[in-house]
Design a binder for this molecule. Structure first.
Ligand SMILES: Nc1ncnc2c1ncn2[C@@H]1O[C@H](COP(=O)(O)OP(=O)(O)OP(=O)(O)O)[C@@H](O)[C@H]1O
Length: 785
């Protein structure tokens, strides 16, 4: 899916430039052949819903739209002019033009030419000023990152590296293979992304001025388990490549708030470099192809679109294994490039090998194996940042110049697997060894680390619990879960991600929540990709009280910055899933809350998964519930369920009838005379009168529910007539601003502030930093809102 700016169609040509125009070399192309360029999906636009479920944005420039009158009517053609942009001077009058395929076409030659001419000046000016990393980003300066990356980090207010970035970056920059395990939401994407971009940008700087004639090969491959994660990773990395005019920032004495981040809202003090008042993250346009390009290829994208992305030349390809393997099988050139990768990343490595991805992953990994013994590593001292190390084994570490580096990242990787990584760098030679114990072991052990001793950085907290996360649980009957969920959503309004284990369950709950006026949206694998992105990007992200009902397709990696709550409507099947689901909230050191709903027959499962996390089930506190209020809500839920059941019956009958009609049409049978009668005659088939009665029943029930929803929910002992009387006075809360808008008489509090104390809470233990990196690590304060 692509979005293309609309072109101006009529043009006035400046005669003085006409001669130059005539000399310009022109080529006529179809819409798909035009030199489309990828544009990063701005994250803000995602939140505001502007992109409306688009997978990628593209733009095109230096294209002229030409109308030819032919006998068959008007034909639109696109003329690509290879004249340098700043020599053009053509005026456009804004009339919309359609391409041959009816799609709107690119911005007019005139405006794009001017934009490019002026923006190229901006870029040159910006890029000529070296970025003062020591002054502006002192905590990043030891990594000596490419100027472009430093600017982008600054623009995103990432003033200091997160702990996983602090520890993984020196290793990766020193050509080590890295296995990184750190808590959810702790910045793992940039922990592997920055070294890759840094390498590619520095390489591009060396070769700039001699543009490659052939399509640029893929240099880095990032594999992710889900489409959403692939798109997100690509957008995170692209955000680091957007050119940023940091000369417009108050660069020197940047105010830092308590979190160590720039105080955006504070009045600026006088600084060393003076400032135009411009938003820091505003990107400037870049001329020509980007020095490094990142693109995602995922399922749900047309083959034509994929070809176009690849033909532009992608340096960093982010992909899901299934789709990538499909393409590789038809594209020998791409297969060849994968064999010669400079970087291979498995993001959420452990999930990737779960059923469904195994075969494709294995095939892709096989391409990355070294072909012969001659490719064995000659151990050379690594260049760049080498961690201090007295260990003789470690001193031989690192991949040799130009060899593939492998990065494996996850929030959950078993200790056994990590140990195995350390022991075996060329597993496929060691077939006689012990067989791998799990599917994950088996596949990950097929990785061909070029580094004799891959570095393992494991700073995941014990039990997988992020320090800023408040967990809680509710023990209730399975049949009461709808009511408890509804209670939770009304009692603690906020952006909430609810995990269920089945798609049918999501469909049912969606109907009920919608009937109860809760803004709920579904996310599961049977939805079309466009719908998935729309529900996530447009609806959920932009609704502060939005509720996303999702399967575990949303459990891994998704970075929705302000998810307030995670609810496990059904207990997760594994300990890792519990950790990853929880990880959708409490990200980047923000506060978060999770609620585990446990039915009696889920208790054993919960006990087992807590045991796997070396935790005790009892240490999770109970969420308090006002039973009087809950009872009122149960009545609403019961009615909503009744409506849903009745609607479901009506829908099913309509569906069956339609199916019969279609079958009858296909068989060229008159439905009225034959099948319709048969249907009506079936014992179980409802008559027309019965169907009408069912419709009426639904309408009556809906009216009842509407009436019920309009009644205020008043807590026990509260008098709404006299607010200062009654067993509970609400006047004080009203004055103090603690008044709960929906549940009159209850205090407005955040989820987690009124938990019943945990029975046996163990103190959280922090891990010691790994030996490669002996710097002191401050608690990461994250990004401020
Ligand atoms: N140095 C930094 N300072 C502040 N914020 C950062 C920094 N690095 C990354 N972030 C932000 O932190 C958030 C989480 O990052 P990211 O998605 O990479 O986490 P993750 O560790 O991969 O999480 P998960 O395990 O759930 O996939 C993102 O919004 C990212 O932009």
């Amino acid at each position: 899916m692509s979005s293309k700016p609309v072109a101006g169609a009529k043009r006035k040509v400046n005669p003085s430039k006409l001669a130059a125009r005539k000399k310009a070399k022109t080529t006529h192309l179809s819409v798909d052949q035009l030199p489309w360029k990828s544009v990063a999906r701005p994250r803000e636009a995602n939140a505001s819903g502007e992109l409306d479920g688009m997978l990628e944005l593209e733009e095109v420039s230096d294209v002229e739209v030409v109308y030819d009158e032919t006998e068959g009517g008007k034909i639109v053609r696109f003329k690509v002019v290879s004249e340098p942009a700043d020599k053009m001077d053509v005026e456009a009058e804004g009339e919309e033009a359609k391409g041959v395929d009816g799609e709107p076409v690119a911005e007019s030659l005139t405006s794009s030419a001017r934009d490019i001419a002026s923006s190229s000046k901006d870029v040159t000016e910006v890029e000529d000023i070296p970025f003062d990393v020591d002054g502006m980003l002192p905590e990043w300066s030891r990594f000596s990152l490419h100027d472009q990356l430093a600017r982008a980090l600054y623009a995103q207010h990432f003033t200091r590296p997160t702990p996983i970035q602090s520890q993984a970056l020196p290793l990766a920059l020193a050509n080590r293979d890295v296995v990184g395990v750190a808590e959810t939401g702790s910045g793992k994407t940039l922990a592997y992304g920055l070294p890759i971009l840094d390498h590619l940008l520095k390489q591009a700087s060396k070769t700039s001025g001699s543009p490659a004639k052939e399509r640029r090969p893929v240099r880095a491959l990032v594999l992710t388990p889900t489409r959403e994660l692939a798109l997100q990773v690509s957008s995170h990395l692209n955000a680091c490549l957007n050119s940023v005019d940091t000369s417009s920032l108050d660069v020197k004495q940047e105010e830092q708030d308590d979190t160590g981040l720039p105080a955006r809202s504070q009045p600026k003090k006088k600084g060393k470099q003076k400032v135009k008042s411009k938003e820091p993250s505003e990107p400037t346009k870049r001329r020509g192809p980007p020095p490094v390009s990142v693109a995602a290829i995922v399922g749900g994208m047309s083959a034509q679109k994929q070809r176009r992305i690849l033909s532009r030349g992608v340096d960093v390809l982010v992909a899901t294994p299934g789709r990538l393997w499909d393409i590789i099988q038809q594209d020998d050139a791409l297969a060849g490039q994968i064999e010669k990768l400079r970087f291979l990343v498995l993001d959420e490595a452990d999930r990737m090998i779960e059923t469904g991805h195994f075969a494709e992953m294995e095939s892709i990994l096989r391409l990355t194996l070294r072909q012969s013994q001659d490719d064995e590593i000659e151990r050379e001292p690594s260049s760049g940042l080498q961690p201090d190390n007295d260990d003789p084994e470690e001193s031989k570490a690192g991949v040799k110049e130009g060899e593939m580096q492998t990065f494996i990242f996850s929030a959950t990787l078993s200790k056994d697997l990590q140990k195995n990584f350390k022991k075996r760098s060329r597993p496929y030679k060691n077939k006689k060894g012990k067989p791998a114990s799990t599917l994950a072991d088996d596949l990950l052990m097929r990785l061909d680390f070029r580094d004799p001793t891959p570095a393992v950085v494991d700073i995941a907290p014990q039990g997988g619990v992020v320090a800023t996360l408040q967990e809680s649980k509710i023990e209730c009957l399975m049949t009461d879960k709808d009511a408890y969920l509804y209670y939770f959503l009304l009692r603690y309004p906020g952006r909430t991600l609810v995990f269920l284990s089945s798609i049918d369950g999501i469909r049912r709950l969606l109907q009920i929540m919608t009937l109860l006026d809760i803004p709920a949206f579904p996310l599961h694998s049977q939805l079309e990709q466009r719908q998935r992105l729309k529900n996530l990007d447009r609806r959920f992200k932009s609704s502060p009280r939005g509720v996303l009902l999702a399967t575990d397709v949303a459990a891994r990696g998704l970075d929705v910055p302000a998810v307030d709550h995670v609810v496990h409507y059904q207990a997760p099947r594994t300990a890792d899933t519990y950790v990853h689901r929880n990880g959708r909230t409490a990200r980047a050191a923000r506060k978060g809350f999770s609620l585990l709903m446990v039915a009696p027959d889920e208790r054993r499962l919960v006990r087992a998964l807590m045991g796997n996390l070396q935790r005790n089930e009892d240490e999770i506190p109970e969420m308090p519930v006002e039973l009087y209020m809950l009872d009122k809500l149960k009545a609403r839920v019961a009615l909503a369920r009744e409506i849903d059941t009745a609607q479901h019956r009506v829908r099913k009958e309509k569906h069956e009838k339609n199916w019969l009609k279609e079958a009858a049409e296909a068989m060229e049978i008159e439905l009225d005379s034959d099948l319709d009668v048969c249907v009506e005659e079936q014992e179980s088939a409802p008559t027309k009168a019965q169907r009408k009665a069912a419709d009426t029943k639904v309408s009556v029930l809906k009216a009842q529910l509407k009436n019920m929803l309009a009644q205020p929910l008043v807590a026990k002992g509260v008098s709404t007539s006299y607010i200062t009387s009654g067993a509970v006075s609400i006047a004080d809360d009203m004055l103090a601003g603690n008044f709960h808008e929906t549940m009159v008489g209850l205090k407005k509090v955040e989820a987690g502030t009124d938990l019943v104390a945990a029975k046996k809470r163990k103190p959280k233990q922090k891990k010691a930093p790994v030996k490669e990196e002996d710097g002191d690590f401050e608690e990461w304060a994250g990004i401020s809102d």
